[in-house]
Design a protein around this ligand. Sequence first.
Ligand SMILES: Cc1cc2nc3c(=O)[nH]c(=O)nc-3n(C[C@H](O)[C@H](O)[C@H](O)COP(=O)(O)OP(=O)(O)OC[C@H]3O[C@@H](n4cnc5c(N)ncnc54)[C@H](O)[C@@H]3O)c2cc1C
Ligand SMILES: *[C@@H]1O[C@H](CO)[C@@H](O)[C@H](O)[C@H]1NC(C)=O
Ligand SMILES: *[C@@H]1O[C@H](CO)[C@@H](O)[C@H](O)[C@H]1NC(C)=O
Ligand SMILES: *[C@@H]1O[C@H](CO)[C@@H](O)[C@H](O)[C@H]1NC(C)=O
Ligand SMILES: *[C@@H]1O[C@H](CO)[C@@H](O)[C@H](O)[C@H]1NC(C)=O
Ligand SMILES: *[C@@H]1O[C@H](CO)[C@@H](O)[C@H](O)[C@H]1NC(C)=O
Ligand SMILES: *[C@@H]1O[C@H](CO)[C@@H](O)[C@H](O)[C@H]1NC(C)=O
Ligand SMILES: *[C@@H]1O[C@H](CO)[C@@H](O)[C@H](O)[C@H]1NC(C)=O
Ligand SMILES: *[C@@H]1O[C@H](CO)[C@@H](O)[C@H](O)[C@H]1NC(C)=O
Length: 535
Amino acid sequence: MGHREIYMAAPHMIDRLSILLVLLGVVSSRPSSSMLQGMNLPHMTWDVEEVSGKSFDYIIVGGGTAGCPLASTLSMKFSVLLVERGGSPYENPLVIEKKYYGLSLLETDYFSSLSQRFVSADGVSNLRGRVLGGSSAINGGFYSRASREFVERSGWDQEMVEKAYEWVESRVVFQPALTPWQTTTQFGLLQAGILPYNGYSLEHVEGTKIGGSIFDKSGIRHTSADLLRGGNPENVTVLLNATVKNIVFRNSSGGNETWATGISFIRSDQSTEETFEAFLNMANDSTAPQGDIILAAGAIGSPTILLLSGVGPPKHLEKFDIPVIVNLTGVGRDMKDSPCISLLADSRPMERPADPPQVTGIASDLKFVIEAGILPISFNTTLIPVAGKLAFPVSKGRLKLNSTDPRENPSVKFNYLNKEQDLRQCVEMVELLQRVVSSQAVTIFLGVEHKKGIMSGQEELSSFCKKNVRTFYHYHGGCPVGSVVDSDYRVHGVKGLRVVDGSTFLESPGTNPMATLMMLGRYQGMKILQERKSA
Ligand SMILES: Cc1cc2nc3c(=O)[nH]c(=O)nc-3n(C[C@H](O)[C@H](O)[C@H](O)COP(=O)(O)OP(=O)(O)OC[C@H]3O[C@@H](n4cnc5c(N)ncnc54)[C@H](O)[C@@H]3O)c2cc1C
Ligand SMILES: *[C@@H]1O[C@H](CO)[C@@H](O)[C@H](O)[C@H]1NC(C)=O
Ligand SMILES: *[C@@H]1O[C@H](CO)[C@@H](O)[C@H](O)[C@H]1NC(C)=O
Ligand SMILES: *[C@@H]1O[C@H](CO)[C@@H](O)[C@H](O)[C@H]1NC(C)=O
Ligand SMILES: *[C@@H]1O[C@H](CO)[C@@H](O)[C@H](O)[C@H]1NC(C)=O
Ligand SMILES: *[C@@H]1O[C@H](CO)[C@@H](O)[C@H](O)[C@H]1NC(C)=O
Ligand SMILES: *[C@@H]1O[C@H](CO)[C@@H](O)[C@H](O)[C@H]1NC(C)=O
Ligand SMILES: *[C@@H]1O[C@H](CO)[C@@H](O)[C@H](O)[C@H]1NC(C)=O
Ligand SMILES: *[C@@H]1O[C@H](CO)[C@@H](O)[C@H](O)[C@H]1NC(C)=O
């Protein structure tokens, strides 16, 4: 029994970070002009009054992984407002510096920390980014493209997808220099039989490979916010520290159509009482706006905003007295998260430098993805979890409102391992993880620190899976293509409203999703520019 309990990196081992924050003298996240000079970033403001009542060609809600490249792309031809509930990532060492990787995940508060914690109704603790750059500002920075098959199934144009990936990669992606632990992981994966060896590759292919990283050679993170430099910064206004509450709708003059014409927002640090509005440019009161409100608030944020705006299942909206604008029962459905199992390779907390994953093992027909970083569990201690995810879970769940305050988390249930197929695969994956942990490479690297408890048998392994399932942070769904948005990512039943982020995925890109979400922002932006040109 003993090894099972200590196998997991338990959440209660996480210390408070206050001491660290004092030690670091963490500055406010207000960027100084010196640092931002010459970066060619768009105008950023915290002043809601500056934006209140103004009109723009496009309004993007959520300055995250997909939202930033989308804003940048649309700004080449149009004026864009990008609204982000968090602050700026620039000059915040917890975002920017690789040596502090993982610390921003430890200390969370309700309304202002970089990471917002949420606990799914399954009891699994999870995180979402709350800062310009979104989850790309708090994540492991591992960059890997989706497979061609995924792109095909998504119905995207292969050539445009290729160009969009390249646009992203030339700006924020770097080939990592392997750390000693990542070199060890690479050998451990190969010794566990995850073959062939593919060297450095951005492609999602079976075997062991080194992926790309958004940390550069000097250990500086390049979040999606850096992609704002790629467009026409003069045509983007970034409003920070403002939380969008709902979309503002209007009936067409004939009364037969509903148009999204604006957004309503609050200051992120205030109560919901004082609200402000911004609008889409309207050429003419009797024709629909040509631009769109585009939600890019992530898999938790975007369905929440639709529900708060009255777009969703009527029965659920009635419980919160929200008037129904569109009866769209798919909103909040098809929420999925890859079940993750993480086995500790070391036996006790140590003081090692944090080490985000640079290497991955992709096994069993792309079903399993395995990585091993060195993660802080307090400001001076780390653990080494060898973590595997099921890439294609069939279990799915639902997101529902829990409050009408847009800053609060909704309630989410993923139903991890509910379906027999997922549980069977989990058992198979734990066997593989054990082979990695007990590989010769890992054993030699960790020496006396090494821990290898071997579990076996269907029953022991399934119960281990059920007790220890956690997240790989690759959750998605809530506004799936088909039931909520069409193939152009327009929300059904209204004009002028789209969703472009992880909430639209029906399945995960198999690999880590960040690359595909950065690409999707660029890709959908290019699609819209093309559409407008031919109109
Ligand atoms: C801890 C962690 C580690 C991860 N590691 C990796 C990794 O190494 N590699 C990888 O590929 N993927 C990784 N992922 C997954 C990946 O980062 C996410 O899938 C991806 O970033 C999600 O992108 P998104 O655009 O859908 O949402 P986000 O990037 O989360 O963007 C949503 C944005 O909208 C804002 N927002 C939300 N609601 C509102 C509102 N009401 N008003 C205004 N703004 C709002 C949020 O603050 C946020 O900035 C990780 C995720 C986490 C959490
Ligand atoms: C900004 O967008 C407007 C459209 O609203 C366009 O007319 C203008 O040329 C753009 N400005 C620049 C500097 O590209
Ligand atoms: C913006 O939000 C961040 C993060 O919550 C906070 O640190 C910062 O002080 C806020 N800035 C302003 C001007 O409110
Ligand atoms: C639009 O029209 C419907 C029915 O005619 C009405 O109930 C609704 O309040 C109107 N919506 C707006 C935003 O004016
Ligand atoms: C609504 O009416 C307008 C003007 O009569 C027409 O152009 C448009 O196609 C109609 N829309 C729908 C959804 O029926
Ligand atoms: C608005 O558009 C309608 C339909 O295209 C047109 O008949 C009308 O003249 C336009 N009004 C203005 C003020 O431009
Ligand atoms: C909403 O739509 C669903 C199916 O599309 C339908 O079954 C239901 O009756 C509708 N509800 C209302 C209140 O119109
Ligand atoms: C971490 O810091 C605390 C407080 O300064 C100290 O007591 C502890 O020994 C340190 N742990 C390690 C592993 O260095
Ligand atoms: C839902 O709201 C209640 C009351 O405000 C709170 O106690 C609970 O923790 C919330 N649930 C979630 C999942 O946030």
